[in-house]
Design a protein around this ligand. Structure first.
Ligand SMILES: O=C(O)CCC(=O)C(=O)O
Ligand SMILES: [Fe+2]
Length: 184
């Protein structure tokens, strides 16, 4: 896993300020049966989401893309193409008690088949909420290591991970995937 403090608090606030409060939609589960087969299943996941707003200068996806390239060169050396037009990053919003995303992997069939690396950028700080921790199967991390505002976490899309149920407060993250040719 690659963990780095990539954005300042002010830059995270710039992303937060660019969000549209009218655009939150209930996150869905799917991509297994085929393209476009998604549904709300609150026992698997419960959170709001909206596509991440990208400024004219490419902020913040340009920086995230560069950082993922750097991480990939030193750690996995996967063949990568970049972000996919039909699978652009989301801002995830965990604002209700119990909001969560149960154990899953990010790579599946259809639109998610070519995901190689996933990322999660912390827009909020771990001190702003209880529960809601991003966790990876069999990887032990101190709570503060992944929760700091501005921290980018990069991981292979086939790693098992989850977001624990919210107990209090609000958590927001930018979550997305860099695609590439199929594993072989
Ligand atoms: O909110 C996060 O940090 C991760 C969410 C996640 O794993 C996903 O949406 O696939
Ligand atoms: Fe995920």
């Amino acid at each position: 896993m690659y963990v780095n403090q990539v954005f300042s608090e002010e830059e995270c606030d710039r992303i937060l300020a660019s969000l549209d409060e009218d655009k939150w939609e209930e996150a869905m589960v799917g991509g297994i049966a085929g393209k476009g087969v998604f549904s709300v299943q609150k026992d698997y996941r419960s959170n709001y989401q909206q596509t991440v707003p990208v400024a004219n200068d490419g902020f913040p996806l340009n920086r995230i893309g560069q950082e993922i390239s750097t991480a990939n060169s030193s750690l996995w050396r996967f063949d990568l193409d970049g972000f996919a037009e039909d699978d652009l990053p989301w801002v995830m919003n965990y604002c209700r008690v119990g909001d969560h995303n149960n154990w899953h992997v990010d790579v599946g069939q259809a639109a998610t088949a070519s995901r190689k690396l996933g990322f999660s950028l912390q827009l909020t700080d771990g001190t702003e909420y209880e529960g809601g921790d991003l966790a990876f199967h069999r990887i032990r991390k101190e709570r503060g290591e992944l929760t700091r505002k501005g921290t980018l976490v990069v991981f292979p899309a086939f790693w098992l991970h989850k977001v624990a149920p919210m107990i209090a407060g609000h958590r927001k993250s930018v979550v997305g995937w860099v695609h590439g040719p199929s594993f072989r």
